[in-house]
Design a protein around this ligand. Structure first.
Ligand code: KIV
Ligand code: ZN
Length: 535
C-alpha cells in the first residue's frame, strides 16, 4: 500500500492510500495466438526481456504443452528473467500441467496457470462435462499444479457468461486446493463495465475464502470494451489485470496494457491504484512488439499510435503552443516518446547519431552502433532528413535480421507501360548466394515470384499494405505482408526508400519466419479440449 495522491480537503492536504495492481502480460501467449502474430524463440526472448524492463509483474510466456517450440520458449525465458514471475498456461489435465511445471521450473519465480471453463455453454458443447465433473477436475488439477509450483493461478474460462453462483463455487474450489490467483475472464468480449464490475463484487462477497487469493481479470475486446471492463473490475476488487502490448490477441485482441496503465496513472485522482510499470518504456515496447509480430499500430491507437500526440487543427496547435495542457492530458515523454525532434542528415556525425540513439532509449554495444551508423549514412545519402521513425526502422531491421535465414543482397527490377515487369534478385542463405529472375503482373509481383523461386516458398499472399513512414516525398515506405502456408499465417515487414525493395524485404521477412517455424517441425497439439480432461 502506497500513499501518494494528495487531495486538499478544507484546506488541509490529505494522503489517500493507493493499492497495487499487478500487471500480468500475456503478449507472448494470448497475444501470440492472434492469426499471423507468431514469434520464434529468439523473438519471444527479446520481447520478454523488454517486458521485464517495462516492469510488468508476471509474463505469461506461452503454452508449453502446445508445441516443442512453445515449451522451449517458456523454459528459456524462465531460465533468463531475473525478477519477473514467468507463467505458463495449461489445460486442466495431467499432461499439460506436468509439461508446464517442467517449463517454468528453472524460473526464479514460476507460475502454473491452469484453466477450465465455467459456463454451461462451454461445459455442454466444448467439454461435454457436467458442472460437478468440472468442479472435481478443478480440484484435482489445482492439487497437482500445487505439487509442482507454489504459485498457481486458476482461470474459469468464459466466466462472464457463467451463472454467478456456480462460478463462485468453482472459484472457491480452486482457492481451497491452493490457487493463489483466480482469474475470471471475459473470454468472448461479451460483458459490459457495470455487469463485469458487479460480477467481481459478487465473487468478493460470496466466495468465503476469497481473501486467500488475488482476483484477476482478463478481457477480450470484441465489443471494444476490454479496457473499460478491466477498469470497472479493478474498482470492484480485482487486483491483477491480464493484458497485452498494443492490445494484440485472439480475434479483436485483449485489453491493451499501455491503455490500462495510463488510465490508472493519468486519472490517479479517480483511481487510487498504482502499477510497477515504468511508463517510459511503453513506446519502445510497443514498437518492438509491432515490428516482431508485423502488426502495424493504427495511427489513432490510444497512447502509442503515431497520431496520439499529434495536433493538426490550427486551434489545437495554437492552444498547445500557449499552454500544453489545453489539449494534452499526458506528455509524450511519459511513455518514452522522445521530446526532441532533432533531425539528422548526411552531415551529422557519429556523436550526434549515438546521442540520438541514446535519447530514444536504445543502449547498443559498439559493434551494433557502428553497423547502424553505416546504415544511417547510406540512408542519409538517399533522403535529406532522417527522422526518429527512420532511426527506429534501422534498429528494428537489425533486430529482425538476427532471425534471418534468407538475406536479400541484390535487387533489380524493370517495369513500365510497355514492358513485361521483371525482377532479378540475389539471396544469401548462410554463405551461399543464389540468383533468380521472374516476371509478374507488376514489379512487386515479379519480386515475390523470384523470392518464391529462390526460397522454394509455396504459399499464399493474404495481405499487402504500404504506408509512408514519415512525411515528405523522400519518406521511406513501410510494407507489411501476411503470408500463409500449411495452416500457418505470419506477418512480415520491410522498410526502404524504395518501395519495391521494402516489399522484397517484407516478403522475405515473412518467408524467414515461416521457414523457422517449419524447421522446428513443431507438432502443435490439436486442441480437442475434451480429450484428456481427466487427470
Ligand atoms: O480468454 C481466456 O479465457 C483465456 C484463458 C485461457 C485465460 O485466454
Ligand atoms: Zn484470452
Amino acid at each position: 500500500m502506497k500513499s501518494k495522491i494528495v487531495k486538499v480537503k478544507k484546506g488541509i492536504a490529505v494522503q489517500t492510500p493507493q493499492e497495487r495492481i499487478y500487471i500480468f502480460d500475456t503478449t507472448l501467449r494470448d497475444g501470440e495466438q492472434a492469426p499471423g502474430a507468431s514469434l520464434n524463440t529468439a523473438e519471444k526472448m527479446k520481447v520478454a526481456l523488454q517486458l521485464e524492463k517495462l516492469g510488468v509483474d508476471i509474463i505469461e510466456a506461452g503454452f508449453p504443452a502446445a508445441s516443442p517450440g512453445d515449451f522451449e520458449a517458456v523454459e528459456k525465458i524462465a531460465r533468463t528473467l531475473k525478477k519477473t514471475v514467468v507463467a505458463g498456461l495449461a489445460r486442466a489435465m495431467k499432461k499439460d500441467i506436468e509439461t508446464c511445471g517442467k517449463a517454468v521450473k528453472p524460473a526464479k519465480r514460476g507460475r502454473i496457470h491452469v484453466f477450465i471453463s465455467s459456463s454451461d455453454i462451454h461445459l455442454k458443447h466444448l467439454f461435454r462435462k457436467t458442472r460437478e465433473e468440472a468442479l472435481a477436475i478443478t480440484a484435482d488439477s489445482i492439487k497437482l499444479a500445487r505439487r509442482l509450483s507454489d504459485d498457481v493461478e486458476f482461470s474459469a474460462q468464459d466466466a462472464s457468461r457463467s451463472e454467478w453462483e456456480y462460478l463462485a463455487r468453482m472459484v472457491e474450489t480452486a482457492i481451497k486446493h491452493g490457487a493463489r490467483t483466480v482469474n475470471v475472464p471475459d473470454t468472448v468480449g461479451y460483458t459490459t463495465p457495470d455487469e463485469y464490475g458487479r460480477m467481481v463484487a459478487y465473487l468478493r462477497n460470496h466466495v468465503p475464502n476469497i481473501n486467500k487469493a488475488v482476483i484477476s481479470v482478463h478481457c477480450h475486446n470484441d465489443l471494444g470494451l476490454a479496457v473499460a471492463n478491466s477498469i470497472s473490475a479493478i474498482q470492484n476488487g480485482a487486483r491483477q489485470v491480464e493484458c497485452t502490448i498494443n492490445g494484440i490477441g485472439e480475434r479483436a485482441g485483449n485489453a491493451s496494457l499501455e491503455e490500462i496503465v495510463m488510465v490508472l496513472k493519468t486519472r490517479e485522482d479517480k483511481y487510487p491504484f498504482y502499477t510497477n510499470v515504468n511508463t517510459m518504456e511503453i513506446y519502445k515496447t510497443s514498437r518492438l512488439v509491432s515490428t516482431l509480430t508485423g502488426f502495424m499500430i493504427q495511427p489513432n491507437k490510444a497512447i502509442v499510435g503515431s497520431n496520439a500526440f499529434a495536433h493538426e487543427s490550427g486551434i489545437h496547435q495554437d492552444g498547445i503552443l500557449k499552454y500544453r495542457q489545453t489539449y494534452e492530458i499526458m506528455a509524450p515523454q511519459e511513455i518514452g516518446v522522445p521530446e526532441s525532434r532533432l533531425i539528422l542528415g548526411k552531415h551529422s556525425g557519429r556523436h550526434a547519431f549515438t546521442k540520438r540513439l541514446e535519447g530514444m532509449g536504445y543502449s547498443l554495444d559498439k559493434s551494433a552502433t557502428d553497423l547502424l551508423f553505416e546504415k544511417f549514412k547510406d540512408l542519409a545519402d538517399k533522403k535529406k532528413s532522417v527522422y526518429d521513425e527512420d532511426i527506429e526502422a534501422l534498429v528494428e531491421e537489425k533486430v529482425a535480421a538476427s532471425a534471418e535465414i534468407y538475406h536479400l543482397t541484390y535487387l533489380h527490377t524493370s517495369a513500365g507501360s510497355a514492358t513485361l515487369p521483371t525482377a532479378t534478385l540475389k539471396v544469401k542463405k548462410g554463405d551461399v548466394e543464389t540468383q533468380g529472375a521472374a516476371t509478374g503482373d507488376g514489379p512487386v509481383d515479379a519480386v515475390f515470384n523470384a523470392i518464391d523461386q529462390l526460397t522454394g516458398f509455396k504459399g499464399k499472399l493474404e495481405n499487402y499494405s504500404i504506408k509512408a513512414l514519415t512525411q515528405g516525398r523522400d519518406a521511406q515506405g513501410e510494407v507489411t505482408v501476411t503470408l500463409s502456408t500449411n495452416g500457418d499465417e505470419v506477418n512480415g515487414r520491410g522498410v526502404s526508400t524504395d518501395v519495391i525493395e521494402a516489399s522484397a524485404k517484407a516478403y522475405l521477412n515473412a518467408v524467414n519466419k515461416l521457414s523457422l517455424k517449419h524447421s522446428k517441425k513443431s507438432t502443435k497439439v490439436s486442441f480437442d479440449i475434451q480429450k484428456g480432461l481427466t487427470l
